[in-house]
Design a protein around this ligand. Sequence first.
Ligand SMILES: [Zn+2]
Length: 202
Amino acid sequence: MKGVELNHKKILVTFLMHLGDLTLTTPFIRALREAAPDSHITMLVDEKLKDVVLHNPCLDEVITIDKHGRDNNILALLSCAHNLGVDMFDCVFPTRVARNGTAMTSRGRLVIRNAIYAEDFRPIDEHCNCYACRNYSRAYIRHLFKAEEIFGLRLLSVHNLHFLLDFTKKIRDAIEQDRFAEFRKAFWDQWEEKDERPEDLA
Ligand SMILES: [Zn+2]
């Protein structure tokens, strides 16, 4: 941990995986505490695993999320990040799902390999202004995937990254303008997978 000043900071550790990762996390947290004795160290963990870290003396705070339940969506995690004061994060999610043929849209997931898109000449998302949506149709991108042509993965990656950046900008604007609750409700109102809605909006 040399080269980065860790002391006198608010540090958030987000190992959200399973038991093996948490076991490996224990020595990491101890080393982090030694390097940053006066920092406030918070750990974000799936609530099913909280007992493993709850009494760790090297942590100041443990925050739990329901990773496979009510918090299993982008909006819940962003809301959680906002509440924690996180202003930067990074994830492989948008490009990984793109490589598997899934596009992120404001109405839900769009699995481009599905036969219903074979002659669908609309863009991936009609409300998106990305390079892929401005220039290519669902049918064409589906054809690229079926032909195992790597350009298809790139187009979906471009779209997903654009979508997520635009989506997080809208969330930031809503938070700044103190209308996040309305934004959240509007988001879920147009989401097509009705059984995925949070309980308070179902
Ligand atoms: Zn797009």
